[in-house]
Design a protein around this ligand. Structure first.
Ligand code: FES
Length: 108
């Protein structure tokens, strides 16, 4: 087993501790959708819509580097935070144990 513990805060401030598998090739976006969070993921994980945006509260140093495509998409958001990431561009891995994210506020 290579499950990790992830803490997720939704847009209403509800916090939940979840267990996520890292051996299924899931992205954080896919895991959040499977966990029934309100993540539209309109582009299906192509880094083209930003509806999967999360703010990383803990564990940012454990994540993969941001690609140019991810950076370009995030840069279109009016309320981008320094710790914002596209959940579809984060592949769940064992070293991400303890990751804490908040769904990015979406007023659009
Ligand atoms: Fe569209 Fe992540 S699902 S940018």
């Amino acid at each position: 087993m290579s499950d990790i513990n992830i803490t997720v805060e939704d847009r209403e401030g509800n916090v939940a501790d979840l267990v996520a598998p890292t051996d299924m090739g899931l992205s954080l976006m896919e895991f959040l959708k499977a966990s029934e969070y309100d993540v539209l993921a309109t582009c299906g994980g192509m880094a083209l819509c930003a509806t999967c945006c999360v703010d990383v509260l803990e564990g940012e140093d454990k994540l993969n580097e941001m690609s140019d495509d991810e950076y370009a998409m995030l840069d279109t958001l009016p309320d981008l935070l320094p710790n914002s990431r596209l959940a579809c561009q984060i592949q769940l891995k064992p070293e991400m144990e303890g990751l804490k994210v908040r769904l990015h506020a979406m007023d659009y």
